[in-house]
Design a protein around this ligand. Structure first.
Ligand SMILES: Cc1ncc(COP(=O)(O)O)c(C=O)c1O
Length: 539
């Protein structure tokens, strides 16, 4: 893409021109949520400043303005995916759309022994509603696995279809691997046997031109916030006749034709699925996002994303110690990888310290991660506003992190080295220096016998083991984690306990070092979990 066009695109996204701790933001977590162009922000602001009223209710001017705008947004979304407005159900997002199908379509028809097909590479949102339902009713989940190349196993899928499942739930693309699945062909195969299909389009919608007539699935769910629109709004597409044959999931205001105390008639779809006041500003914001996308050359931005992802992939392959997860033949610009010795959370935190936002963890895809034998990985997910320079910067930082941290660890028997690192942590003047020292402290080998099941602490993002030994008049903490930064935290707390500090003093010490504030960006609960654990074991 021409640099002038890219510059113009980037100037539409105010957040891309901000700095994080003095460093330009490099936002590579688009699979989690995308940034918003000014057009979307303005549309929402404009609604609240000038048009705010409830929809489909009052006869006053503002209400009809809001209603018109809200319904025009539905029309725009319908055009965007080549469907009818009555086939567009507003939801909170993909998760709600998938739950709606589970509860309104599937629950009423599911019987004990029936089958539902899902994919191992599905996001939890496309597993749990169906897993729970299957367990409640006594139905069976058939799970399509991946081939070695990272594709959905087509033979397995064919054999599952022969069992006449009540519903097939397929990801359009994997949020972890980026693989784009041949859903059009898979839908066709299911339809030939009269089987209903639901596609999770959360990751595909921001990147692909969607055409419901061409795809021919019965249901398709996606989220506004992943396609440059606001949070709290999404769409469930469903065939009109099918939607009208389904009972509503939630009931209440706005979704009825008539109500008496003994009998209620529900409105036709889509309103029958929109009980209560909808996210009006969200729908209007999402329509603005769609309009923004329509104003871009979609083929051009797709090509740009593809080039960035290819370059990223090629460069990642050249970094020592990094293994890419298998991604299949055709992919979205999403890449997941892990390092042989550096924990994914540690890599993400260190990238964050350089202003680079990536995701680490199990990516709401634990069954898939388990199939790889992994607890966490790093995911870089790109959008059309990302640049080659950003990818190059990320690679440079990653390469340097990987080169420097595979050096031999300090000698565990040398207690001076721990003291030296703790000194550096306490004296550090800025966060990157402190983080570096934390990684140093965390890389000192710990007692391997700590990694026993009885010492495993639940609730930390990385596997963590803690042990408190209470002797006569003395208390000792020991522990370790797959994450060096958490191992370092444990060492800091261990030293404090050794000095006889109280829990209040330990908390104050960690706060003074700014650890909760800084680490919570990527590690969320780690410190809180350690403190909770101490609270229940040590006081
Ligand atoms: C493939 C996939 N499905 C479903 C979801 C859930 O989307 P939301 O949280 O917007 O409901 C996500 C979010 O990451 C996703 O990537």
């Amino acid at each position: 893409m021409e640099s002038q066009i890219l510059r113009r695109i980037r100037s539409s996204f105010p957040i891309l021109n901000t700095r994080v701790d003095g460093k330009p933001l490099i936002y590579f977590d688009n699979g989690a949520t995308t940034q918003k162009p000014r057009e979307v922000i303005d549309a929402i602001t404009q609604f609240y400043r000038k048009e705010n009223a409830n929809v489909h209710r009052a006869a006053h001017h503002l209400s009809s303005l809001a209603t018109n705008h809200f319904e025009q947004a539905r029309d725009k979304l319908a055009q965007f995916i080549n469907a009818k407005p009555n086939e567009i159900v507003w939801t909170r997002g993909t998760t709600e759309g998938l739950n709606l199908v589970a509860e309104s379509f599937l629950r009423p028809i599911l019987k004990p022994g029936d089958r539902i097909v899902i994919a191992i590479s599905a996001h939890h949102a496309a597993i749990l509603p169906f897993q729970r339902l299957a367990q409640q009713i006594g139905a069976h989940l058939d799970v399509i696995e991946l081939t070695e190349a990272g594709e959905l196993n087509s033979d397995q899928y064919q054999s599952y279809l022969q069992l006449k499942p009540k519903l097939v739930v397929l990801p359009h693309a994997s949020n972890l691997l980026g693989t784009l699945y041949p859903v059009k062909e898979m839908v066709k195969q299911a339809k030939r046997l009269g089987i209903t299909t639901l596609i999770d389009g959360a990751q595909a919608a921001p990147h692909l031109v969607l055409d419901m007539q061409d795809l021919d699935a019965d249901f398709y769910a996606f989220s506004g916030h992943k396609m440059f629109g606001p949070t709290g709004i999404g769409v469930l597409y469903g065939r009109e006749a099918l939607l009208n044959s389904m009972p509503p999931w939630q009931v209440g205001g706005e979704m009825i034709e008539s109500v008496s105390l003994t009998e209620t008639r529900y409105a036709e779809a889509p309103l029958r699925f929109e009980a209560g006041t909808p996210n009006i500003a969200g729908a209007i914001g999402l329509a603005a996002a769609v309009e923004y996308l329509n104003g871009l050359d979609r083929a051009e931005i797709e090509e740009h994303e593809h080039q960035l992802a290819s370059y990223l992939l090629q460069q990642l392959k050249s970094i020592n110690g990094i293994t890419l997860l298998p991604s299949g033949a055709i992919t979205l610009p999403i890449v997941s990888f892990y390092h042989e010795t550096i924990n994914a959370d540690d890599l993400a935190t260190q990238l964050d310290a350089q202003g680079i936002a990536v995701r680490a963890g199990s990516h709401c895809a634990q069954p898939l991660m388990q199939s790889f034998g992994l607890h966490s990985s790093v995911r870089i997910s790109l959008a059309f506003y990302n640049t080659l320079e950003e990818v190059e910067r990320c690679i440079t930082v990653l390469r340097s992190l990987c080169d420097h941290q595979t050096v031999t660890k300090d000698d565990p028997s040398d207690s001076d080295s721990a003291a030296r690192w703790i000194d550096q942590i306490e004296q550090a003047k800025d966060w990157p220096t402190r983080l570096n020292a934390l990684m140093g402290l965390g890389s000192i080998a710990t007692d391997p016998t700590l990694k026993r099941p009885e010492n495993l602490v639940t609730g930390c993002a990385s596997l963590t083991w803690l042990k408190l030994s209470i002797g006569k008049g003395s208390i000792q903490l020991d522990g370790c984690s797959e994450s060096r930064q958490i191992t370092a935290l444990i060492q800091l707390i261990k030293k404090q306990i050794g000095m006889g500090a109280s829990l209040v003093q330990i908390k104050a010490y960690l706060a003074e070092l700014g650890l909760e504030k800084q680490l919570s960006r990527t590690r969320g609960n780690a410190i809180r979990r350690l403190i909770e654990w101490l609270e229940s074991h040590y006081s």
